[in-house]
Structure formats: C-alpha cells, structure tokens
Design a protein around this ligand. Structure first.
Ligand code: GTR
Length: 435
C-alpha cells in the first residue's frame, strides 16, 4: 500500500518534471538566439518565380504584371501591413534657404512637408543639402535619421527638432527634447561634406516626425493623426510602414524641386530605417537605387534562417513595428509565405546594395548575403547580373553588378566606408565620372 502510494507520487513527480522540461525547452527554443553556423537547421525558401498556381514565370513582363503585385500583397498582408497612398492635399513650405552653407560648398534648404491642406496639419521637416557648384539638377541620397535633423551635421543653421525623441542625455536629448548639445551627434553617420563634394545632394528627415519609436508612438504619429485622411486604421499597418510612407512623401517633394534629378534618387537606411527603406522602395518604384545598411531581421536578412535576431524577438521587443499578423509567425518562420529575398527581388531591375558588418551578428550578415543571392533570379529576368559570386566575399571586398554586397569590418553602424561604396555604386549606375 505504502509502496504503491510512493510509486504513484514518484510518477506524478516525474510527469511534472517532464512536462516542465518540455515547456522550458520549447520556450528556450523559441526565445533563444543562435550564433552557431553549425546549428542552423535546414530551411526552404519560397521560389520568387513560382506563381501561386505552381507554374513558373519566365519573363520580366510576367514578373511585373503578375508576380510582383502578388508578392507585394503577401508582404503587406503578413509582414508590414497595408501601404496607403499619397494624401490628396499635401503641400510644402520652404522655410529657409542658405546658399552658402558648409563653408560655401552647399545650398541648405529646410522644407516642411504638410500632409494635408491645413498648415497646422501633421507634417515632417525635410533637410536638403545640394552641391552649390552643380550645373543642373543633381542625384540625391535620401534616408531618415534617428535623432533629429540637427544631429546629422554641426551646421548651426539646421533647425532643432521640436518633436519627441528618445532620451539620451549623452547625445543632448533631455526630457525627450533635443537641446543644442545634440547638434552633430550623428555626424559620423552622415558624411555631408563628402556627399556634396562628390556631386550628390542629401535629403533627410527625422523618423519620429512620422511616428515616435515606442509601443505607444502610434497614438501621436500619423497612423492616428492621418487615419481618416488616408482611410486606414492604425492596426492595418505598423511603425515601419509609417516610416516607409514618409520616405515616399520626401520623394513627392523632391519631384517638385528643380535642383533635384528625381530620376536619380537613392533611398538609403540604416538598421530599422533600412527595413523602412526597403519596404518603401518595394512599393515606390520612383526610387532609382536602393541601399540597405545593416537592416537585419525584417530587412535584408532571411527570416527562415535561424541565426541572430528572430521574428519572435523583434515582435516582442518592438511590438509596434510590423502588422499584427506578423506576430502569428513568432517561432514559426517556416509558415511565412515569403522571405526577405523576395523583398529584395521587388527592387528589380533597379540597382540594389546590401551591406553587413562583421561584428553585427545580430543582423545575420550571411543571411543578408544569401537573401541578396536569392533575389538574383528576378534580376536575371531583366537581363541584369546580380552578385556574380556564390560565396560571401571577405571583409571590405564589395562584390556584384546590379546587386552589390559588402561586409565591412566593424560594428553595427553606417560609416564613411559604407557611404563611399554607395557613392561609387551610384557613380557607375548613373554613369557619373567622379573618381
Ligand atoms: C535592434 C533591432 C534590430 C535593428 C536595430 C536598430 O535593437 O533588434 O532589428 O533594427 O535595433 O535599428 O538599430
């Protein structure tokens, strides 16, 4: 009797231990981050050339007419949410022009992009530098910045952002507001003088003008303030969608500025803003060239490859970035009908540069390379060559023709080295002669 009781007690205990082990292993498997190449399990990537009826496309026309819209919709439905169009009554106000900025080398314009016809309406502040010596309209690099326009240069003529910015006293952001001390704090990421001296313009805006980057940010950002204007509910898209949408509004302005060659605008972005740049360029083919700098998970990196950041981690730490449906793929990347190589393929046939950094394992450099590699078949439809190599190049050795890739030595960042490669690539693509 006694024996029997202790036996059943023992088996209950065993069962409890077994169950809790299963549970913790499961949570650990989903939560854990893998940095070991030998532990990457096999995965299957969806074929960008395969139609939903199983047939394969073989021409650029089929891609453009059928497959491209279908793929774009899969990303909207499952990853980033719906992308609304241009608001009907947008308008621009040029607030200041300085024709001898940066020691006389540049023209600096500051423009408010109003999203409705009201001048009290939601808006974003655009900072535009143009080379003063330019003879005609110039090609322009554009991208959002993390901490306000005044952080990109020590140029004291830049208006201080008045919006909410994540606190960072060391970078001059106190009580969520920019102070004078914030000027130039991101200058290493924006080599304005170098860009200007190579004959390019630079257009940038603070991403928080569109949506402050925190889980409650949507309440004060455009997903709320423009919901009736754009006819979209806040939960139909995410913060990355809102930032991407803002990049298209920058293009709307650039198209109106005669100093800008709107046919040669390069969209760029670092990290989360690289994700936004890719999603924008997938939707908006007015951008002539696309640059993804260390954009990682939800950007250039493959999601189905278990290495570095995962869908579950990104959705947990940044619940506001993607559409709600994306959370259903937490721990289930294999069920996603797309992967990020198809997002990269949506850039075709436009020149695309994907860049990683050797110490940025979180963003999975190899996953970014493989994603670029697997976008190639779509470029081939257009008669364009992609990377031209099958293995990752060594550090600081850019490769590729219409799709280019490098892995830079160093940390998660955007540096002068990165910018130089992007400008070299743009020179080639736009037939410019600077050397
Ligand atoms: C990280 C995030 C990455 C990347 C990065 C950044 O914390 O996990 O996906 O977006 O932030 O934007 O700097």
């Amino acid at each position: 009797m006694h024996m029997k009781r202790s036996c059943s007690l023992l088996s209950t205990l065993c069962l409890i231990i077994l169950l809790s082990t299963i549970l913790t292993t499961q949570t650990a498997a989903q939560d854990s981050v893998n940095y070991d190449e030998s532990k990457v399990p096999p995965y299957t990537l969806p074929d960008p050339l395969q139609l939903s009826n199983g047939k394969r496309i073989t021409t650029a026309e089929q891609w453009t007419q059928q497959q491209r819209p279908a793929m774009l919709k899969l990303f909207a439905d499952n990853v980033y949410g719906r992308m609304p169009g241009k608001p009907q009554h947008m308008h621009f106000t040029v607030n200041s022009i300085d024709s001898s900025a940066l020691a006389g080398k540049a023209i600096r314009k500051q423009v408010t992009i109003f999203f409705t016809q009201e001048s009290s309406s939601p808006s974003m502040e655009l900072l535009l530098y143009l080379p003063r010596s330019a003879k005609g309209a110039v090609p322009v690099f554009t991208g959002l910045n993390f901490d306000g326009n005044q952080t990109v240069s020590n140029d004291t003529g830049i208006h201080l952002s008045t919006r909410w910015i994540a606190d960072d006293p060391e970078k001059g952001v106190v009580n969520n507001r920019a102070t004078e001390a914030s000027r130039g704090t991101s200058a290493s990421r924006w080599p304005v003088e170098e860009i200007i001296s190579r004959g390019y313009g630079l257009a940038t805006a603070y991403y928080g003008d569109l949506e402050p980057d925190h889980p409650e940010g949507w309440k004060t950002g455009i997903r709320t303030t423009l919901q009736s204007e754009l006819n979209i509910k806040p939960e139909e898209w995410g913060a990355i969608g809102a930032w991407a949408w803002g990049l298209s509004r920058i293009m709307d302005y650039l198209e109106t500025d005669p100093s800008v060659n709107a046919k040669e605008v390069v969209i760029t972005g670092h990290s989360r803003l690289g994700k936004a740049a890719l999603w924008c360029a997938a939707n908006d083919t007015r951008f002539a060239m696309v640059v993804s700098n260390n954009s990682g998970e939800g950007g250039a990196a493959l999601s189905k490859r278990w290495f570095g950041e995962t869908i579950e981690r990104i959705n947990t730490v940044f619940p506001h970035w993607f559409c709600p449906k994306y959370k259903t793929y937490n721990g289930k990347a294999n069920l996603l009908p797309v992967d990020q190589h198809i997002l990269l393929a949506l850039m075709a046939p436009r020149p695309l540069y994907v860049a990683s950094a050797s110490e940025d394992q979180w963003a999975d450099p190899k996953g970014e390379f493989l994603s670029a590699k697997n976008a190639e078949p779509v470029y081939v439809l257009f008669g364009k060559k992609g990377l031209g190599v099958n293995e990752m190049p060594s550090v600081d050795h850019p490769v590729g023709e219409t799709i280019r890739y490098h892995i830079r030595t160093g940390k998660h960042d955007i540096t002068l080295y990165d910018w130089q490669q992007y400008m070299n690539f743009a020179d080639t693509q736009f037939n410019r002669t600077y050397k």
